[in-house]
Design a protein around this ligand. Structure first.
Ligand code: BTN
Length: 325
């Protein structure tokens, strides 16, 4: 991992949790002059951090800006590979497009593209994705698992489990997964996942997992047409959430469950997915590209396919659909 000196200084300030960090100690540890330490501190302040210099004691981090820069995410990160390279944008069209280009250019496993704002955020089925500036997590993760293309779709379910777990840990809310990959809180959508594949017939080159989490929006940030069906974590628990902490937790669980899946197959993921889901056992309407099916959701198969028992008694497997509960 290649951490810059500036990131190292910031990490030390964050980890000190309000206690002073000695300038001399930083200079000795990083093997640079006090003047260079001071220059890096100025640059950190320019990014919006407030640092107080206390005579004879050192530097205290007074407040951190609400941004999802690598400097903010990395100190919270507990992963081996995911998020060790982060490409950050204040604004971009879509992190998914940038990540797809980067993946084709050979970006390593675990590379993350993250933005404060997307001007052309993309959802499933070519829909647009509302990506309000500075209020959500809009990120795309490039992974290169050693699996064959037929299993790639299961990574959507791996991702849903990972994000659910991360939200639960950071907020104490109880999210539920609506098949295949919508995450709901109190029946409203808080997260969408868009998984895209770059592969040949028999080998996966990369999977790009696009994750959109509505974090700190007020209801008015959503277009009127989706105000009844969309929500944010802040609306649901009444508190601002630290977006960089949540992004780091999502990456942690994505790595954990991604590794679990590659090593042990879909079975353990299926159990986790089922424990969080709100689709199975319910009467649903599934709109696929070709037809609309109504019946009871029986469960998911070992491939992640949703099985529906129609009123006629016939059991049908659905690979991709919009589900209405
Ligand atoms: C859905 O339709 O539910 C999926 C939404 C996925 C949105 C995310 S935000 C980050 C990444 N960039 C995009 O343009 N889309 C995905």
């Amino acid at each position: 991992m290649n951490i810059s000196i500036k990131e190292k200084i910031l990490s030390q300030l964050i980890n000190a949790k309000g206690e002073p960090v000695s300038g001399q100690k930083l200079a000795d540890e990083l093997n640079i002059s006090r003047t260079m330490i001071w220059k890096h501190l100025k640059s950190i302040e320019e990014d919006g951090y407030v640092i107080e210099a206390i005579k004879k004691k050192g530097y205290v981090l007074q407040s951190i800006p609400d941004i999802v820069t690598p400097e903010q995410i990395i100190p919270n990160l507990n992963t081996k590979q995911l998020g060790r390279t982060i490409d950050y944008y204040t604004t971009c069209e879509s992190t998914q497009i940038i990540a797809a280009d980067k993946a084709r250019e050979g970006a390593p496993h675990g590379t993350v593209v993250i933005a404060e704002e997307q001007t052309d955020g993309r959802g499933r089925l070519d829909r647009s994705w509302n990506s309000t500036a500075n209020k959500g997590i809009w990120m795309s993760v490039i992974i290169r698992p050693a699996i064959s293309p037929q299993f790639a779709a299961q990574f959507t379910l791996v991702s849903a489990v990972a994000i659910t777990q991360a939200i639960q840990e950071v907020t104490n809310l109880t999210p539920e997964i609506k098949w295949p990959n919508d995450i709901l809180i109190n029946g409203k959508k808080v997260t969408g996942i868009l998984t895209e594949l770059q592969a040949d017939m028999d080998i996966v080159h990369s999977i790009i997992i696009g994750i959109g989490v509505n974090v700190n929006q007020e209801l008015s940030a959503f277009e009127e047409s989706i105000q009844k069906t969309a929500t944010s974590l802040k609306i649901e628990n009444g508190e601002e959430i630290d977006r960089s902490l949540l992004a780091a937790k999502i990456l942690y669980y994505l790595e954990k469950y991604g590794d679990l899946y590659v090593e042990n197959g879909f079975k353990p993921i299926k159990i986790l997915w089922e424990s969080h889901n709100c689709t199975i056992g319910k009467r649903i309407r599934a709109t696929t590209l070709r037809e609309t099916l109504e019946g009871v959701a029986l469960g998911i198969t070992n491939d992640g396919v949703l099985e529906i028992k129609l009123d006629s008694g016939e059991i049908r497997g659905v690979y991709s659909a919009d589900i209405h509960l």
